[in-house]
Each structure stands twice: as C-alpha cells, then as structure tokens.
Design a protein around this ligand. Structure first.
Ligand code: AVI
Length: 333
C-alpha cells in the first residue's frame, strides 16, 4: 500500500511485501523531513513524525491522563450531541474522518448518532492507527474504507459522492497542530472535497489557564516526555542516529502571543550528533532546542473565523466547560 493508495478496511490482509514497501516509504519521508527540518533555525522536527507505532500507543495513553482533558471533553460532547450531528449525515450518508487515530472518536459518534448504514472513510498517516480504527468500528453498522496517507492525499483520493451527504470529521484538536496558514490551507482542501450542504465537524481545544496547559503537555507522569523523546528513538532506530536520550529534556512552553503550546527537546550539553540515514552531522549547543510540536489553542470565535474564511458557515458550537473544548458543526456553503 503506497502512501497515496486507498484500500478496503481489511487492513490486516495487506501482504508482507506491501508492508515492507510502506515501511520503506515511511522511512524515506522521515529521512527527507529530518534532513530539511533539523537544518532550520531553530532546529525542528514536524509533529507528524511523532506517530510511529510506539508514538501512537504513547499518545493513546496520554489521552487517559487526568491532566490531558481534550479526549474526555470531546467525548462528552460527541455523546451529548450525536443525534443532532447524525442528522447532517442521514441514512446511507458518508462520514470521512481525517486523522482517525485509534477510531474511538468516530465509534463514539456512530454509536450514539442513530444513523442507519453509514459508510466511513478513514484517513491517517499511520498504518497502525488505521488498523486499530478499523477494528474499533467492527461490530457497528458501518462499512469502512481506509486511506493511508496525508490528509491532502486522502481527501483527493475520495470517490465522488453525488447521492448522499458527506460529514467530514476533524476531531481531537488535530487542527491545533497546524500553524494558522497551514490550518487555512487545509480547510481549503477540505472544502474542495465537499459539495454545498455537506458538513464539517471540527473539534478544537480552547485557551485555558497556563498552569492547566503545562500540566497537560508536561505531565507529572512523564508520558508526554516519552512521547516527545520517542522522536530521538526513531532517529536512532530508523536513521542510524546516535542520540543519547539522557542528553535531552522534554520542555513544554505556553507561547501566549502565538496562542500555542510548544514542545521542545532541549539539549542538556554541547554535543555532536550524526544522523547517517539523513546524511547529517551537526553540533547542538547546551540549551539549544529541537522544536517538535505546536498545539494551537483557540477562542470560540477564532474557530468560526477560521472556517468561515474557507467557505463554511457555522451551524452549531458546543463547549465543554470542564475541559474548555469546543465542537463546532459547519455547513459547506
Ligand atoms: C494530536 N494532537 C492534537 C495532540 C495535541 O494535543 O496537540 C498531540 C499531543 N501532544 C502532546 N500531547 C498530545
């Protein structure tokens, strides 16, 4: 299965040759990304590389942390408003989820929406996430198709759907991992995949007190630190790098001006590193950081503005006060 390819949901049926070429493509993309972004100032690694099989499992565990409230807040909203959201879909309608992760968000929605015979298209960059998600939807009255690739690739590969409405779901505040120009561009691609009258369901985390944000992204149990440092493990195992994990500290910073939490890996000392698989050798100064993720936080009206600039009209917005999380339903105009 190539990154742009589409498969039926029986992901477990992939051949071992297919799995090997998928692993090769993923390693090449990681090498290209590492070569480019580690040479930027400041040094960076895009957050999409956090999600290999171990990273995805660590993220699933983060969602259970008492300090990380996004998942539970969104779940409460999905359960409470599923019927109303389901009306945007109708019998036989199609739901497309970008970044399905382990599939639990969509399973929650479909379990409570009361929609008959929906079809689901799952788009994710992680093959292991797609397998878990297809499994999470087994037993529900839904026909699943998986698309392994980037959001853009998955949206472009969607078959036309002239007969039924489409509900595009982008949940979990995945939108927050895009900078503002990236988020606007992605909303444009989403809108291009929809027809007027189709719907977009967007989950987005809201600005909250700094103390709560830092507990969520630098949790006392150290799971988020492990999630972040797993990038170094990937560089070592996939690209033959020689990063010592004890040479780095996980740091989360609330950048109030940009309205984002940043994750960094901070070098504890001056150290020379090599990443042979990306043809790189460089020296990190003591205190120098590799910026690995931005997680933008919104005011409720920012969400409306962002989507309305991309030819969507806001129909409903629900807010979970405990988590300070918003679920917004838009219609493609
Ligand atoms: C997937 N994404 C929305 C998560 C977030 O909150 O930005 C990833 C994450 N990073 C650290 N903890 C969770």
């Amino acid at each position: 299965m190539t990154t742009a390819a589409k498969t039926r949901s029986r992901a477990a049926g992939r051949s071992s040759a297919g799995q090997a070429s998928e692993a090769d493509a993923s390693r090449r993309a990681f090498a290209d990304g590492a070569r480019f972004y580690l040479q930027q100032t400041p040094r960076q690694l895009p957050s999409r590389f956090l999600y290999d099989a171990l990273g995805s499992a660590l993220f699933d565990a983060i969602c259970h942390l008492p300090w990380y409230r996004i998942t539970r807040g969104e779940r409460r909203l999905l359960v409470r408003h599923a019927r109303e959201i389901g009306r945007a879909l109708g019998a036989g309608g199609r739901v497309v989820e970008l970044g399905c992760g382990n599939g639990e968000k969509l399973a929650t929605l479909l379990t409570h929406a009361g929609v008959r015979h929906p079809r689901a298209h799952l788009i994710d960059l992680s093959g292991s996430a797609l397998q878990h998600a297809a499994r999470a939807l087994e037993g529900l009255d839904v026909r699943v198709t998986t698309h392994h690739g980037t959001y853009d690739e998955g949206l472009l590969a969607l078959p036309p759907e002239p007969a039924h409405p489409t509900l595009l779901a982008f949940l979990g505040s995945n939108i927050g991992n895009f900078d503002p120009p990236g988020a606007s561009a992605l909303l444009g691609v989403m809108r291009g995949a929809l027809r007027p009258g189709d719907a977009l369901l967007l989950g987005a985390d809201l600005v909250k007190p700094e103390r709560d944000l830092l507990l969520a992204y630098a949790d006392p149990l150290g799971l988020t630190a492990a999630f972040n440092k797993n990038l170094l493990v990937r560089l070592n195992t996939e690209l033959g790098a020689d990063f010592g994990l004890d040479g780095f500290t996980h740091r989360a910073v609330w950048n109030r001006k940009a309205s984002r939490v940043e994750m960094h890996l901070v070098s504890r000392r001056t150290q020379a590193v090599a990443v042979p698989g990306a043809g790189l050798r460089f020296t990190l100064a003591a205190g120098e950081t590799i910026w690995t993720e931005s997680s933008y936080k919104y005011q409720p009206e920012d969400i409306r503005r962002l989507a309305e600039a991309g030819a969507f009209v806001q129909r409903k917005q629900w807010i979970d006060d405990e988590a300070r999380f918003a679920l917004t339903l838009f219609e493609a105009s």
